[in-house]
Design a protein around this ligand. Structure first.
Ligand code: PMP
Length: 361
């Protein structure tokens, strides 16, 4: 028998793949709109595609196991030491490595209600106790999270912005929290969606890193950089924390294609800017329409938004039958909300038309 924590887990539920939905509905692939997994609707930069084509010749060789060039490029851009960077097979792998390094039976991890689904997975996989703290206005209640920390707490997970709710925390809130956290507790600041945030009070988290040695920041190339399919993320921390993760990081955990693509993606900041602009406009398009439809939504700073539709399971099914894939939030105990990833203007329009029809039925 697997250990108790693992037996109690429900597996992560990914969004349905578009080809599967197309087959089920007997529709051509082009008629399916998928706004379910917070991907970049532009896909990757054309420079990434060119770099990938050029790197196909490298396939017979093992990748650069240290990720030397990518780490150097990130270190230069972020003004850090490359030894503060750990690369992962998606930032999910980094969350998993953290759980494996810091959590054991008898310890606990603190995170918020409506937090990203991988935090309970990594916590329970270690058979550690999870302390899920009730959310405040759909976001983290940091004072309550600080109060929940005890001598057995090893890790606190914070997503900023949070997925699925899209809420965010300011630098002031985060600093007040960090000041209350004992030094032996590792704080994981998950910034998977940080590139999208424009609020001036959003934390300049690299400065926090210099002030708090027990902080680790996780980021990803899956979202704004459009590389979700390649699986590559990175963490920023003290060199000691990075060295700890490196002890159990499997050899060659990141493929050469992913390393090459991430380097090219980082170099194409114009593409990133275009992606962020598409997102800003799309978020506004959805908010305006929700307003017109009289639907309540949770204000979001990410590339997705949660809208309250009532019986979300039924609305989700009706949208699916029209070829529109969005994300129901039952696994997060949000049975009245759907999470919609921001797409291209025409994809958002298709979703909105389908939603209007479904609500009119
Ligand atoms: N953190 C958060 C908050 C996320 O929403 C996601 C992706 N859904 C991840 C981490 C993991 O992303 P990836 O493994 O693709 O880097």
């Amino acid at each position: 028998l697997a250990q108790a924590g693992i037996q109690g887990l429900t597996p992560y539920q990914p969004g349905k793949p578009i080809d599967e939905v197309a087959r089920e509905l007997n529709l051509p692939l082009e008629q399916i709109v998928k706004l379910a997994s917070n991907e970049n609707p532009h896909g990757p930069s054309p420079q990434v595609v060119a770099a990938l084509q050029a790197s196909l010749a490298e396939l017979p060789r093992y990748p650069d196991g240290s990720g030397y060039r990518l780490k150097a490029a990130l270190a230069e851009r972020l003004d850090l030491d490359p030894e503060q960077i750990t690369l992962g097979n998606g930032s999910n792998e980094l969350l998993d490595l953290i759980g494996r390094c810091w959590l054991t039976p008898g310890t606990n991890a603190v995170y918020s209600q409506y937090a990203f689904a991988v935090y309970p997975i990594t916590t329970q996989a270690a058979d550690a106790e999870h302390r899920q703290i009730p959310a405040k206005n759909w976001g983290h209640d940091l004072p309550a999270m600080a109060a929940a920390i005890d001598a057995q707490t090893r890790v606190v997970f914070i997503a900023n912005p949070n997925n699925p709710t899209g809420t965010w925390l300011s630098e002031k809130q985060l600093r007040e929290f960090m000041a209350q956290v004992p030094e032996q507790v590792l704080v994981v600041l998950d910034e998977a969606y940080c590139e999208y945030v424009t609020e001036s009070a959003y934390p300049k988290s690299l400065a926090l890193l210099a002030d708090y040695p027990n902080l680790i920041i996780c980021r990803t190339f899956s979202k704004a950089y459009g590389l979700a399919g390649l699986r590559i993320g990175y963490s920023l921390s003290s060199t000691q924390i990075a060295a700890t993760l490196n002890r159990i990081r499997l050899p060659f955990n990141v493929s050469q294609l992913a390393l090459t693509a991430a380097e090219a993606a980082l170099a194409d900041q114009d593409f990133l800017a275009q992606s962020l602009e598409t997102n800003r406009a799309g978020l506004l398009q959805l908010e305006t329409s929700f307003h017109e439809l009289g639907l309540e939504y949770i204000p979001s700073v990410g590339n997705f938004i949660c809208v309250r539709v009532g019986d979300a399971a039924a609305i989700n099914q009706a949208l699916l039958e029209k070829g529109v894939i969005v994300r129901p939030l039952a696994p997060y105990q949000m049975p009245e909300h759907l999470r919609i990833s921001i797409g291209l203007p025409e994809e958002n329009q298709r979703f909105l038309e389908a939603l209007r029809q479904v609500l009119d039925q």
